[in-house]
Ligand binder design. Structure first.
Ligand SMILES: Cc1ncc(COP(=O)(O)O)c(C=O)c1O
Length: 310
């Protein structure tokens, strides 16, 4: 495919069948590989939509500084487009995000402010809301911006329908809720019986990019009524399934993808037949230095040594 710019190349990601995980031939699993976006995650879609929206409404102009609380992916997408469009950018993130995220943001010219890791993404949100009182900043605020779910309604949903018209279940991680809301709405218009299923981390456990609603913050764009099910995943299971994706299917993805796969397999085992689409939000590159990844590699080495299969 040929595009006029890298921003136009956002989306159009592949939908790949995961035959190795299917519990029976009549139940088919497909993964939408969002790591194929220009900065490596699904968030390029919403970064483009939110910036274009703000430019149209004149809330973003040359002298403003873009500001965003982010666990990394949204900030990186925004920073790439900000650099191309000539805006300054500041990202506010918990200090325990992986080093690669900070490096990528700095590479695209963004300033990074780190907040208390123990407070997770809620700490970053609090700090960004405080900074946003200064009128020099333009905060697009993915948690409350309607352009976030709209980007998925206009791009992710139609792409899935084009590639696989009969989707029975759609599974995605719950972060801002934008993917689930926008894609879910579009898929449901196409097939009112489609099940929309969220993967949510167990309260107190960390899966980068995802959030537990039980920790007190419900994103304004999220309408929980839209979800048919919300299944909880542990950090360990997310990590194990992320490794399984690489081992079984050769797909190198981020930790939230392991959480989505874990939930997808639980749903698949309860089905007689049907098609399940899993949205895999990013590739694995930005996690390589994460201690969780190192721990999982050590564990694999031990398993190989002891001849234990995962
Ligand atoms: C790696 C990763 N997975 C999943 C999500 C969840 O997507 P959404 O914010 O659309 O709910 C995010 C969002 O921050 C993310 O960074």
């Amino acid at each position: 495919m040929r595009f006029a710019s890298v921003v136009d190349a956002i989306g159009h990601t592949p939908l790949v069948e995961l035959k190795g995980f299917s519990p029976r031939p009549e139940v088919r699993l497909f993964a939408k590989l969002e790591g194929h976006n220009p900065t490596g995650s699904v968030k390029d879609r919403i970064a483009r939509a939110m910036i274009e929206d703000a430019e149209r409404s004149d809330s973003l102009s040359g002298d403003k500084i873009l500001l965003e609380p982010t666990s990394g992916n949204t900030g990186i997408g925004l920073a790439m487009i900000a650099r191309r469009n000539g805006y300054r950018m500041k990202a506010v993130m918990p200090e325990n995000v992986s080093r690669e995220r900070i490096m990528l943001l700095e590479l695209f010219g963004a300033e990074v402010e780190l907040t208390d890791g123990a407070k997770g993404s809620n700490g970053a949100i609090e700090r960004a809301l405080e900074l946003a009182k200064d009128p020099r900043y333009c905060m697009l605020y993915q948690y409350g911006n309607p352009a976030n779910p709209r980007a998925h309604y206009e791009t992710t949903g139609p792409e899935i329908i084009d590639d696989l018209p009969d989707v029975d279940v759609f599974v995605a991680g719950l972060g801002t809720g934008g993917t689930l809301m926008g894609t879910g709405k579009r898929l449901r218009e196409h097939n009112p019986k489609v099940q929309i299923v969220a993967a949510e981390p167990r309260p107190g456990e960390r899966v980068q990019g995802l959030r537990s609603l039980d920790e007190g913050f419900v994103p304004p764009i999220l309408d929980v009524e839209m979800l048919d099910r919300k299944l909880v995943v542990s950090t360990d299971d997310s990590l194990r399934m992320t490794r399984e994706l690489t081992r079984v299917e050769g797909i190198f993805a981020g930790f939230s993808c392991g959480a989505v796969l874990h939930v997808g397999l639980r749903v698949a085992r309860q089905m007689e037949r049907g098609n399940i689409v899993l949205l895999l939000a990013d590739g694995g590159w930005k996690y390589l230095s994460d201690e969780l990844w190192t721990r999982s590699l050590e564990r694999t080495a031990a398993d190989v040594r002891d001849k234990v299969m995962w």
